[in-house]
Design a protein around this ligand. Structure first.
Ligand code: NAD
Length: 409
């Protein structure tokens, strides 16, 4: 199923509950602007390569558009459009004064040297600088991009518009980044899980976990769950999966991964096939890598009781029915991974104020925002007697449609 098709299905289910007519649906689904650019690169050896970059700006009714930039070989029009749409709903669920956007370059960053990565990033911003800005569209990091990449983006933008740190978020601290941004998505996920579990009088420490993806989101999530007493039984990354029946030593695994670039060969665990991670016998499954990994075909293999969607769009829309028939509770991406964009919002606020917060304040504000979003989400789910994904979409679409009407045409 195409990523846009999956997200449109979720949208239409909620739009029907809200009784939105076809014109309203079309208005809400059609992207504001789609940009596709050529990114030529001179490789270190003097040879030439050309990559394709995308930025889809989906909606700005509630504020400037916000969303990450992904460097991944599969980044393409459909994926970026779906992710941009998801950002509109995500910022609305989180109650942030933003719309949604997303971008990407179809490139495997591991095939580029640091110098090549920097040149490619600068070319991308040369092509985009006219359509982004702190009050227009604010990129941030996503898969395959990092604080360093965001720093280069801010610097390239400055060549055309002067130093404007609020044009991108996820920057290095020295360039106006926020304390707590690196851990924010994982922290938000764990705070969201705490809200969910608390409703059932349970806590993070009561459960076992498997995590797909051991990058920024997967690693921080693992660390924070481990700190709260939860046991991480298995993790995977692009190279495969590992498990330990007694629980993984998360500190040692993070250290090992930082040194070796992947989880492969971690001595205190048994390797197994990455695709089998979804079927691990654990209480909680956390997809924190790619989209579209849980499908109608493989959903029946999932044995977990809860799925916490760290990744964007990990569950295809028609897999939800299978999961729900198995009694699996899904904490949907547009709530579960809002921590990153929430702290990006704090970064942007700090850039505007030119006043920087301590990490404790960032983490405290994040907790407040997640708990508020959870209360709104839970209230909507109770009001409609529906699952959390449908409730999240209803909550988001209601807010965006209201703003659209209030702004007029
Ligand atoms: P990252 O690039 O830091 O890490 C990605 C991880 O996924 C790596 O460990 C990689 O090896 C692994 N991976 C790639 N292909 C895989 C596969 N086929 N099977 C298993 N693992 C695989 O990326 P990230 O920033 O951690 O983002 C992960 C997901 O979370 C993405 O879907 C992203 O859109 C979403 N997300 C990220 C943020 C953020 O702040 N970084 C915020 C919200 C959502």
């Amino acid at each position: 199923m195409k990523a846009t098709e999956s997200i449109a299905r979720n949208f239409h289910r909620a739009a029907s509950i809200l009784d939105l007519n076809d014109a309203a649906r079309q208005r809400l689904l059609t992207p504001y602007r789609e940009v596709k650019v050529e990114c030529p690169l001179v490789r270190d050896d003097g040879s030439a390569a050309t990559y394709v970059g995308y930025r889809v700006q989906h909606d700005n009714a509630r504020g400037p558009m916000k969303g990450g930039i992904r460097y991944h070989p599969h980044a393409g029009e459909d994926e970026v459009t779906a992710l941009a749409t998801a950002m509109t709903w995500k910022t609305a669920v989180a109650g942030l004064p933003y719309g949604g956007a997303k971008g990407g370059i179809a490139v495997d960053p591991s095939t580029l040297s640091i110098a090549e990565l920097e040149r490619l990033t600068r070319v991308f911003i040369q092509r985009l600088h006219d359509v982004i800005g702190p009050n227009i569209d604010i990129p941030g990091p996503d898969m395959g991009t990092s604080a360093a990449v965001m720093g280069w983006m801010a610097d390239e933008y400055a060549k055309y518009h002067g130093w404007t740190p609020g044009v991108v978020t996820g920057k290095p601290i020295e360039l106006g980044g926020s304390a707590g941004r690196q851990s924010a998505t994982g922290r938000g996920l764990v705070l969201g899980a705490e809200c969910l579990f608390e409703d059932e009088h349970r806590m993070v420490a009561d459960f076992t976990y498997a995590i797909q993806g051991f990058g920024n989101v997967g690693m921080w999530t693992a660390r924070l769950i481990h700190e709260r007493g939860g046991r991480i039984m298995a993790v995977s990354d692009v190279t495969g999966a590992i498990r330990n029946p007694h629980g993984l030593d998360v500190g040692a695994l993070i250290e090992y991964t930082r040194r070796n670039g992947s989880i492969q060969g971690f001595p205190e665990a048994d390797p197994f096939t990455g695709a089998d991670l979804l079927a691990e016998s654990v209480d909680v499954l956390i997809p924190a890598a790619l989209g579209g990994v849980i499908t109608r075909e493989n959903a029946h293999r999932i044995r977990a009781r809860y799925i916490l969607e760290g990744a964007n769009g990990p569950t295809e829309a028609d897999a939800d029915e299978v999961l729900s028939s198995q009694g699996v509770v899904v904490l949907p991406d547009i709530f579960a991974n809002v921590g990153g964009v929430t702290v990006s919002y704090f970064e942007w606020v700090q850039n505007h104020q030119n006043y920087y917060w301590e990490e404790d304040r960032v983490n405290g504000e994040l907790k407040r925002f997640i708990q508020r979003a959870w209360r709104d989400l839970r209230a909507t789910a109770n009001e409609l007697a529906c699952d959390l994904r449908t409730a999240a979409y209803v909550l988001a679409i209601r807010r965006v449609w209201q703003a659209t009407q209030q702004r007029g045409s």
